[in-house]
Design a protein around this ligand. Structure first.
Ligand code: HEC
Length: 237
């Protein structure tokens, strides 16, 4: 029985302490049904809010909170418990989605056993729910394109902060934020916006550190939204 059959997933989820409500598994057409090492489909799929998208929503969370660049759960370190979360193929090869360990680890009640480990800040309930929903939907390697880019209503709380939470704060928050920058604080983000480092880093301009680190450049829509917000003085709106 393949692990992604509905029965196997129900058994996995039933074994967990905080099971997400069990839903039907969605087989995305064209990407082989969720096996390891499958490339995302080539055709453009427009994002929709009912599906959790691995490439846009889950991998950035794992990169920011679990691989920490070349540390923790990447192949570049020996101290990763054999768990490499730097790509879909590596994630599936490590088996932690299939055996329920990933779900268990991010929900552990004991802060010392919970992932990510202290002093890293734990995932928010929203981020945990997103991962649960992705598992329920069949843990696919899926990818989508935004249908339209909203550059008119760009605000800190509505546009910028959610992206920073998902893509940056795994490294840039907690007791020892990387680069010395705690980007969960608006005033720190405002300061790197004002001194030009934010715009330089996200556009991967020469002489800046390309951000998010060890991840592809954010899409053009995201970057224009950041630049619009920076040009407006990076307000706390
Ligand atoms: C995987 C970890 C990681 C992620 C994710 C990450 N950063 Fe960084 N960031 C770092 C590290 C480490 C440094 C310090 C780099 C150095 O100085 O060598 C840094 C430095 C920076 C700097 C200073 C750049 C410079 O050239 O001085 C900015 C600005 C920044 N990050 C913004 C961001 C933003 C915005 C995001 C999300 C879109 C992000 N970072 C995601 C690890 C990360």
């Amino acid at each position: 029985m393949p692990w992604w059959s509905p029965l196997a997933v129900i058994v996995i989820l039933a074994a967990c302490k905080h099971e997400p409500p069990v839903g039907p598994l969605v087989e995305e057409p064209g990407n082989g049904g969720g096996g390891g090492g499958v490339e995302p489909p080539d055709e453009v799929v427009v994002c929709d809010a009912n599906t959790v998208w691995f490439q846009q929503q889950i991998q950035p969370l794992l990169t920011s909170n679990c691989t920490m660049g070349d540390g923790c759960h990447s192949s570049a370190t020996d101290d990763n418990d054999g768990i490499d979360l730097t790509s879909y193929a590596a994630l599936m090869n490590s088996g932690v989605v299939q055996d329920g360990d990933l779900w268990e680890a991010i929900n552990d009640n004991d802060p010392d056993d919970r992932m990510p480990r202290p002093p890293q800040t734990p995932l928010t309930q929203e981020q945990i729910d997103l991962i649960g929903q992705w598992i329920q939907q069949g843990a696919q390697n899926n990818s989508c394109e935004p249908s339209a880019c909203d550059t008119l209503n760009v605000t800190y709380t509505g546009t910028i902060r959610p992206v920073v939470q998902a893509r940056c704060q795994g490294c840039h928050s907690g007791a020892t934020p990387q680069g010395g920058l705690d980007l969960s604080s608006w005033s720190v983000l405002n300061a790197v916006a004002a001194d030009g480092r934010l715009a330089g880093a996200i556009q991967h301009l020469p002489s800046f550190e390309p951000m998010p680190r060890n991840a592809p450049r954010m899409n053009d829509c995201r970057i224009s939204q950041f630049l619009i917000w920076i040009d407006a003085g990076a307000p706390n709106n």
